[in-house]
Design a protein around this ligand. Structure first.
Ligand code: PMP
Ligand code: GLU
Length: 395
């Protein structure tokens, strides 16, 4: 803590996913043979048709500031995508393009939260939700879950968490880190609770919508009585393997989209122009063009679940989407491994990095202190070797 810095930044946690990614880079640069299973980052090349669109945009001399909320034709492509894939109807003034879904979430927290407003976070939740909300003055109200319920909440859990101060609820489905997917019936049961509390805004993070092995993605916004109070967050990082291109977007009630546009106008001026041009092409293409990546993730899921089942003390659910497994590793708490005392998931994650040269992320960062997150957005070879090393280090 540095007293010369603001209380705001002093109170903020470092992103555990990005901190581990930095550590992996550092260790690799020193020559360590690390297998990185920490970061949720597809290892595929960007589809050729998307690359070509970016190259064309450079050659066509795109270089200027774009409209703050995104090029008009990109917004049209997003509207078409929402309509085609999610049966959602938006007008251009309901769409805001941002520098990644992460910035979309930050915009939303900044424009919706006042000091003391409560944010319901079903746990495990994606690592950044909590700090993004806290920096905007929000107070996370975490709903714990466990492997027994596939890390899902019930409508009763939701109702119990609601108070007079509840402003928003944020969740991802498919979920990072548990891989759980809420089906239509479950989402409807939450909507039935929420209709009693008309001021609560739902932020539905659907960035893994295509990496869904149930093949049935449902959005809360598709319910007629929830559309006007649900913000859909999405982006191209996961589906198109475009993490570094930094494009995300929202479909939102117009008053929220306008506020995000205003926020972004002061904070970033909007997203990168070349990346925006490429994303038009990405989204205009049907999801069938990226299904080869989803098929590969499905194969990898099978592989990692099989290998994990042979590791003593790792209890895992069957993830239905995204590309993570989230084993409960509490079996090891209180045990000593190679002279190291394991008291928590963070200790175990650190032990695996030091002893097995395998990078994972502690579940504590996702609001579940019994688990670690392992990303299988990695080659089959690395998954196999990573699990072999973990098994060996835990013997
Ligand atoms: N939401 C979830 C659930 C994520 O896993 C991520 C990680 N990329 C993001 C949002 C942020 O995505 P982006 O790269 O578009 O900022
Ligand atoms: N979302 C990815 C993850 O959870 C990337 C890292 C990040 O954006 O924090 O690993």
């Amino acid at each position: 803590m540095n007293p010369k810095l603001s209380n705001r930044i002093n109170a903020m946690e470092t992103s555990a996913t990005l901190a581990m990614a930095a550590k992996v880079r550092e260790l690799k640069a020193k020559g360590n043979n690390i297998i990185g299973l920490s970061l949720g980052e597809p290892d595929f090349n960007i589809p050729e048709f998307v690359k070509e669109a970016a190259i064309k945009a450079i050659n066509d001399n795109y270089h200027s500031y774009t409209p703050v909320d995104g090029y008009a034709d990109l917004k049209r492509a997003i509207i078409t995508k929402f309509n085609r894939d999610n049966n959602l109807v938006y007008t251009p003034s309901q769409i805001v393009v941002s520098t990644g879904a992460k910035q979309s979430l930050a915009n939303l927290a900044m424009v919706l939260l006042n000091k003391g407003d409560e944010v319901i976070l079903p746990a495990p939740y994606w690592v950044s939700y909590s700090d993004i909300c806290k920096v905007a003055g929000g107070i996370p109200k975490v709903i714990p879950t466990s492997i027994e319920t596939d890390y899902k909440i019930t409508p009763e859990d939701l109702e119990d968490a609601i108070s007079i101060k509840t402003k928003i609820i944020i969740y991802s489905s498919p979920c990072n880190p548990s891989g759980s997917v809420y089906n239509e019936k479950e989402l409807r049961s939450f909507a039935d609770v929420l209709v009693k509390y008309p001021d609560i805004i739902v932020i539905s993070d659907e960035i893994y919508e295509h990496i869904n092995f149930t093949k049935k993605h449902v959005s809360m916004a598709a319910f007629k009585d929830m559309y006007h109070r649900t913000v859909v967050v999405n982006g191209v990082s996961k589906a198109f393997s475009m993490t570094g291109w930094r494009i995300g977007y929202i479909g939102a009630p117009e008053w929220i989209a306008r506020a995000c546009n205003k926020m972004q106008g002061q904070m970033t001026s909007g997203a990168n122009c070349i990346a925006q041009r490429a994303v038009i092409t990405a989204l205009e293409n049907p999801p069938s063009r990226i299904m080869y990546m989803v098929d590969a993730f499905k194969k990898r899921r099978k592989l990692i679940l099989n290998l994990l089942s042979k590791i003593q003390g790792f209890k895992t659910n069957q993830p239905q989407g995204a590309f993570y497994v989230f084993p409960d590793v509490s079996y090891y708490f209180g045990k000593t491994l190679n002279g190291k005392n394991i008291k928590s998931a963070s200790d175990l994650s650190m032990y695996l990095l030091e002893e097995a040269n395998v990078a994972t992320v502690t579940g504590e960062a996702f609001g579940n202190p019994n688990c670690i997150r392992i990303s299988y957005a990695a080659s089959e070879e690395n998954i196999t070797e990573g699990m072999r090393r973990i098994k060996e280090a835990l013997k």
